[in-house]
Design a protein around this ligand. Sequence first.
Ligand code: BEZ
Ligand code: FE
Length: 305
Amino acid sequence: MTQFNEAQLTEAVVASFEHASNPRTKFLLQELVKSLHDYVRKTDLTFDEWAAAIDFLTRTGQKCSDTRQEFILLSDVLGVSMLVDAVNHRERAGATETTVLGPFYVGEHRVMPHGTDISEKLAGEKMFVQARVTDVSGAPLAGAAVDVWHADDEGLYDSQRPGYQSEGPSSRARFMTDSDGRFFFRTVLPRSYPIPTDGPVGAMVLQTRPHAMRPAHVHFLVDAKGHEPLVTHVFISGDDYLDSDVVFGVKDELIAQVERRTDPVMPDGKLATTPWHLMTYDFRMKPGAGVAPKPLGATAAEAAE
Ligand code: BEZ
Ligand code: FE
């Protein structure tokens, strides 16, 4: 057949992939074509709208660099990142919930001693974080590597600051759990912040939604032997944006009651010179193997290592 009506066109394109040697590739491409064609038919897409979409995707690609991944941001704001996370973590069996890695993870962090102030040079209200890593039965996991990172008091990650390369990391570190699965550190209370809005994805969000904000959170990537790496955040209770996270990453059990304290002594016995906040959270790891995810800016070659 050389001429197709709307339905026959979809069938013909689907059939064109019939000889793909990898069955999964064939399935993914055929389902993509069906969904895309359905979208065009359902919306009666005009030439101008399709040209605008191509232009948007072109600008999204042009905004990408080694340190900036605008397509992942697009996936995040369209809820695709969280949906991929959901279908891959359907059965948690008591393990801590997962959420998006986000674009500000830069790869393995430098190991620091428990109690380190990872935001020593930064302004902001002091926070003490105490946490424990266990298996799903509550048994402690010693020697687990825990990468932590978060935005500062102005809602910016260190890697977004111009002096990042020369000044080195802040508000990010790695801690190794002790024999009881515990680790603790000092930092500042993070703030809610907007996703980057200087590119086409942020512009689209600002034109179509009430805001581009993420509620305040601390990122954790926990890697324990014999367990699936856990990529998650702990959100700070009471934040204005918990119900409207622009990337749909909030889960109820990831919201911690962060207490404001005025005690003169912090949990590790050291003196507090100002009022401070206490974040307490326990992570339960799912049995399994696997490697921790690569940072989002990783090149295809690095990701394939
Ligand atoms: C983040 O939490 O760092 C983040 C996640 C998705 C998009 C932008 C930022
Ligand atoms: Fe974040």
